[in-house]
Design a protein around this ligand. Structure first.
Ligand code: FES
Length: 153
């Protein structure tokens, strides 16, 4: 049995140690907001937070998961995540939307670590999140907007 706290809820999981955290979140716990993109740590669609740090859940075995796991479903109640989501809405960032949960998770982790990043720090910090629809300009603008709101609150 593996015990995990996901979005504040305790889960006792009867799963193999090497099962990817992504599978546990989606298929065992049943939260579908975190997406399977590439499965090989190349796209960022599966990003979740582990004790506040963004991790790629597709290549994280559940046995390596530690602390508080948070997914996109928890961001509406997160002080920084909710600002990031609002900025995404204000600027209409999403196109197909598939990558955007991971983008928001990474942007939120970035702003928690660096509340007022330089533009290049945002570009570098978000480089691991691919968007096949090419929404990168809007993503950058939205992170900067959330940064401004973060700084002014
Ligand atoms: S919005 Fe379609 S992949 Fe990013």
């Amino acid at each position: 049995m593996i015990n995990l706290t996901i979005n504040g809820e305790q889960h006792e999981l009867d799963v193999p140690d090497n099962m990817p955290l992504l599978w546990v979140i989606r298929d065992v716990v049943g939260m579908k907001g975190t997406k399977f993109g590439c499965g090989i740590a190349q796209c960022g669609a599966c990003m979740v937070h582990m004790d506040g740090a963004a991790v790629l859940s597709c290549v994280t075995p559940v046995s390596a998961a530690r602390g508080e796991i948070k997914t996109i479903e928890a961001m509406a109640d997160d002080p920084v995540g909710s600002k990031v989501q609002q900025a995404w809405l204000d600027l209409g960032v999403a196109q197909c939307g598939f990558c955007q949960g991971g983008q928001i998770m990474n942007a939120t982790a970035l702003l928690k670590k660096t509340p007022k990043p330089e533009t290049q720090e945002i570009v570098d910090g978000m480089a691991g999140n691919l968007c096949r629809c090419g929404t990168y300009n809007r993503i950058l603008a939205a992170v900067e907007r959330a940064t401004d709101e973060e700084a002014s609150s």
